[in-house]
Design a protein around this ligand. Structure first.
Ligand code: SAH
Length: 242
C-alpha cells in the first residue's frame, strides 16, 4: 500500500489574519472575520459548487502551513484552553502541531463571487491565517455533523468574551478612514478579536505587561489592558519593513 500521499491545494484562504497572533482558537468565535477562498485552476469553476447554495456552512480542510510543517510534533501539547499549563495528548487536542498538520473548520458560506477570471467562495468566521492552503471544501451536513448530546472534554463550553473593548476617539477616526465603506467590518472585527483575549495562556503570569499590538489586514492595532477592559489606542497602516 502506498503510505505517502501528495495533495495539492484547491485554493488559498484570504483572511484578515495576516499574523498568527490574534487568530481565534476556533472558527465562529470571531463572526466578523470575512474571508474568501480563492479557487486555484482547475477548480475555479462554478459547476464544481453546484448545489452548495442550500448549505449554510461548509467544512474547510486545510494545511497549517506556517511553522507547523517544519516543527514536527510532540505526543503532548499544552492547549491554550488549559492556560498553556497542563498537557494533553496531541490527539486529544486541536493543536496545529500534529503529525499531519491538517486543520478542520466549519464556517458559514456566503456564496461564490467572480472577479474577472478569479472565482472565490465567501466565508465568515474562519480561524485561518491569510494564505492558508485549502485542501478541500465539503458541505456541513447538520444531521450527521451536529451531535446535540456530545461531550466537549476540557473544551466543553464555548469560551466567554474576556474583555469589554473600548475605542479611543482617535481610533474611531482611524477606523472610519481605513474602512470607509464598512466592508471590512473593521470595528466589529477588532472588538471581537480582542474581546476573546488573544494573549497566550501564559500571559496571565505576566500581569505587568499591559500593552499589545496585533495585525489585521495590513494594519497594526495597538491596545492596552485596563482592569477588565481593553482600550484600542491606535489603528494604522503597518510601517514598511526596511
Ligand atoms: N479549527 C482548526 C484550527 C484550530 S487551531 C482545527 O480545529 O483544526 C487554531 C489556530 O491555528 C489559530 O489560533 C492559529 O494560530 C493557527 N493557524 C491558523 N491557520 C494557520 C496556518 N495556516 N498555519 C499555521 N497555523 C495556523
Amino acid at each position: 500500500m502506498n503510505r505517502r500521499f501528495e495533495f495539492e491545494p484547491i485554493g488559498l484562504c484570504r483572511s484578515p489574519y495576516t499574523d498568527k497572533f490574534g487568530i481565534p482558537r476556533q472558527p465562529r468565535l470571531v463572526t466578523a472575520a470575512e474571508a474568501r477562498i480563492e479557487l486555484l485552476p482547475p477548480y475555479d469553476r462554478e459547476e464544481a459548487f453546484a448545489g452548495l447554495e442550500g448549505f449554510s456552512h461548509v467544512w474547510l480542510l486545510f494545511v497549517f502551513h506556517q511553522d507547523c510543517l517544519q516543527a514536527g510534533w510532540r505526543a503532548q501539547v499544552r492547549p491554550p484552553r488549559l492556560g498553556g499549563r497542563d498537557k494533553v495528548g496531541v490527539f486529544a487536542s486541536r493543536s496545529p502541531y500534529r503529525p499531519n498538520p491538517i486543520g478542520i473548520s466549519a464556517v458559514a458560506q456566503h456564496g461564490l463571487e467572480r472577479q474577472g477570471k478569479r472565482l472565490m467562495l465567501r466565508v465568515a468566521g474562519a480561524d485561518l491565517l491569510d494564505g492558508t492552503p485549502i485542501l478541500d471544501i465539503k458541505p456541513y451536513v447538520p444531521y450527521a455533523d451536529a451531535i446535540a448530546d456530545a461531550e466537549g472534554g476540557f473544551a466543553n463550553a464555548r469560551p466567554q468574551a474576556r474583555f469589554q473593548v473600548n475605542f479611543s476617539e482617535l481610533t474611531q477616526h482611524q477606523i472610519a478612514e481605513q474602512d470607509a465603506d464598512g466592508r471590512l467590518r473593521l470595528r466589529e472585527l477588532i472588538e471581537q478579536v480582542i474581546a476573546q483575549d488573544p494573549r497566550p495562556g501564559y500571559m496571565d503570569r505576566y500581569p505587568e505587561r499591559r500593552e499589545f499590538a496585533l495585525q489585521l489586514y495590513a494594519l497594526e492595532i495597538q491596545w492596552r489592558i485596563e482592569a477588565e477592559r481593553a482600550l484600542v489606542t491606535s489603528v494604522r497602516p503597518m510601517q514598511r519593513q526596511s
